[in-house]
Design a protein around this ligand. Structure first.
Ligand code: C2E
Ligand code: CA
Ligand code: CA
Ligand code: CA
Length: 275
């Protein structure tokens, strides 16, 4: 369509229309995907620098669409949130991740991402309690990854819910740290055990850069608040060396490994069972 310039009425845009239809089709497919067993979790290692060992894995959701192949979460999670399917999907993720992690060595943690929609009506608390009791998993080995946007709705429930989960022993991590705008207030109010420094700071990390100064300050803050630290999106040896020098505790990123299917994890199930 020919654009009629600024301030004009809405012009029929075939590309936009195509996108809307595409979204509609995915939305329909998504409704049956859970029942059809089309979701899977991939796991990305959380690497501990001091010991040079894998401290655990973050569970990352994938949709294996029968015709389109593997669809990344950035594409379907917004649709699942919009349709409300995310609540059932979130419950599936928790159960699946805990069942898998129960086969790992007993010193490894599993990190699970949580969506804002799961926070309503104490859903998350109920889902976590159900998944813990179904798997017999130790709550101290579960880390829930929460983003700042989830806490922005002024809601006492959210704080109460996280505090009750925390009291059960579940660890709470603040994901994508530094991308919001009032993080420091959240750090004071919520029971966080861990800060995940967002990838955008890591990608611009080189000695003497602003990012390096910010990371240094965050690490200092975290240590004073008794919180663990992890850097996301580590892709180069240089970034790894800087993070090590700055005293970051854990790293995660393509340099170590991308997220991999459960059956390919570098963990011997035999070993896990024998332990
Ligand atoms: P996130 O929680 O910030 O997860 C990190 C994302 O960065 C993952 O993308 C991961 O594959 C990617 N990543 C890891 N290392 C690197 C690296 O070195 N470089 C680059 N460029 N990227 C890296 P993924 O798996 O596509 O997930 C995207 C987002 O989808 C996640 O961001 C999270 O917000 C959401 N998500 C994934 N799984 C779930 C889930 O089970 N539930 C919910 N509610 N959200 C999920
Ligand atoms: Ca995450
Ligand atoms: Ca993140
Ligand atoms: Ca993110």
């Amino acid at each position: 369509a020919k654009s009629r310039g600024r301030g004009s009425a809405i012009v029929y845009d075939p590309a936009m229309e195509e996108l809307k239809q595409e979204r509609g089709r995915l939305e329909l497919d998504l409704r049956s995907a859970l029942a059809n067993g089309e979701f899977e979790l991939h796991y990305q290692p959380l690497h501990e620098l001091a010991s040079d060992r894998i401290a655990g894995f973050e569970a990352l959701l994938r949709w294996r669409h029968p015709e389109r192949g593997l669809i990344p979460p950035d594409v379907f999670i917004p649709i699942a949130e919009h349709t409300g399917l995310i609540v059932a999907l979130g419950e599936w993720v928790l159960r699946e991740a805990l069942a898998e992690a129960a086969t790992w060595p007993s010193d490894m943690t599993v990190a699970v991402n949580v969506s804002p929609a799961q926070m309503a009506d104490f859903t998350l608390l109920k889902q976590v309690i159900a998944a813990l009791s179904a798997s017999g998993f130790d709550p101290h080995r579960l880390e829930l990854e929460i983003t700042e946007t989830m806490l922005m709705q002024e809601c006492d429930d959210h704080l109460q819910q996280l505090e009750r989960l925390h009291a059960l022993g579940v660890r709470i991590a603040l994901d994508d740290f530094g991308t919001g705008y009032s993080s420091l207030n959240y750090l004071r109010s919520f029971p966080f055990d861990k800060i995940k420094i967002d990838r955008c700071f890591i990608s611009e990390l080189n000695a003497g850069s602003e990012s390096s100064a910010i990371i240094e300050a965050v690490l200092d803050l975290a240590s004073k608040l008794n919180m663990q630290t992890i850097a996301e999106g580590v892709e180069s040896e240089e970034q790894l060396a800087s993070l090590r020098a700055l005293g970051c505790e854990q790293v995660q990123g393509y340099l170590i490994s991308k997220a991999i299917p459960a059956e390919d994890l570098p963990i011997s199930r035999q070993f896990a069972r024998q332990k």
